[in-house]
Design a protein around this ligand. Structure first.
Ligand code: ZN
Length: 302
């Protein structure tokens, strides 16, 4: 297994008091350093190319993000840039592609420790702390290589509206999400199941506020069954850890051990299906919980 990590992810700054703050990248760096100290491999990210971004984003959106270069801009009520954000967002998306490529080429699990997160970013707009949709850019890169069955499992407490809509009509991407519901961003009802040729390739498993490790364990038995049915050629995980009980944004009651159990279900399923696995971080806003969840998850994957 490799980690893709860089201290540069601290350079995207947000206004004081914002939960998606540079200290989150300090946690990533500490986790990566500890991994390296134990003999693990840590790889630096490379920026996503414009071609890679344009597979899931409109040119106007990519241009709008590029236009924030060198400036602090409010993109929506909770999404901000700082002067370095465009470059750092390119690195986050590039790291996600690298993780997918490494999983496919080396047959070895890869974990991209990135911010800003991605799964709320839509084709035409930044949203919910997200500038580019990192995991979607990675899924599209895999499809561009000729894959026809890419699964994205979103374990973040929020629904990944951006990822869902980008592939809603595309059977080449199975999008499966567990999330607090009803909750931000409002999407992710169980009856959102895809459309057209993509009918059935979106699976939403909404969970009521207060869900525990046991509730998640039950939900991930369903997720595993969906993956067994789809038989993906690549499994990407939108790895948000904000369903942890200590998270300040959401109201779930997960523990780091519960998250490790979820990651173990996904890793075991990938192994059983002979499917490469790559994880890309999303949310997780209590720093100690984020660290604990990453460590417990890496412990399962190693
Ligand atoms: Zn989230």
């Amino acid at each position: 297994m490799i980690l893709i990590s860089s201290p540069r992810f601290q350079e995207h700054t947000t206004p004081p008091g914002h939960p998606e703050r540079p200290e989150r990248a300090e946690v990533f760096d500490q986790v990566a350093a500890a991994w390296g100290d134990r003999g693990g491999r840590v790889v630096a990210p490379r920026p996503a190319t414009r071609e890679e971004l344009l597979r899931v984003h409109d040119a106007a959106h990519v241009d709008a993000m590029e236009a924030t270069r060198g400036r602090a801009v409010m993109l929506d009520a909770d999404t901000f840039t700082s002067p370095e954000s465009y470059e750092i967002a390119l690195l986050a998306a590039g790291a996600a592609v690298q993780a997918a490529e490494h999983a496919l080429d080396a047959g070895e699990t890869a974990v991209a420790l990135v911010r800003p997160p991605g799964h709320h970013a839509e084709r035409d707009k930044a949203m919910g702390f997200c500038l580019f949709n990192n995991v979607a850019v990675a899924a599209a890169a895999a499809i561009a290589r000729g894959l026809t069955r890419v699964a994205v499992v979103d374990i973040d407490v929020h629904h990944g509206n951006g990822t869902q809509w980008m592939f809603y009509r595309d059977p080449r991407v199975l999008y499966v999400s567990t999330h607090q519901f009803p909750f931000y961003p409002g999407t992710g009802a169980a009856d959102e199941t895809g459309a057209g040729a993509g009918q059935g390739s979106t699976v939403n498993l909404p969970l009521a506020a207060g869900a525990t490790d046991a509730d998640y364990a039950a939900a991930y038995r369903t997720v595993a069954a969906e993956l067994d049915r789809y038989v993906p050629e690549l499994l990407l995980v939108s790895a948000g850890f904000d369903a942890h009980a200590d998270d300040p944004l959401a109201s779930m009651r997960m523990t780091a051990a519960g998250y490790a159990a979820v990651v173990k279900v996904l890793a075991d399923t990938a192994l059983r299906l002979g499917c490469p696995l790559a994880l890309v971080t999303e949310g997780g806003y209590d720093l100690d919980a984020l660290r604990a969840c990453l460590e417990s998850s890496l412990g399962v994957l190693a």
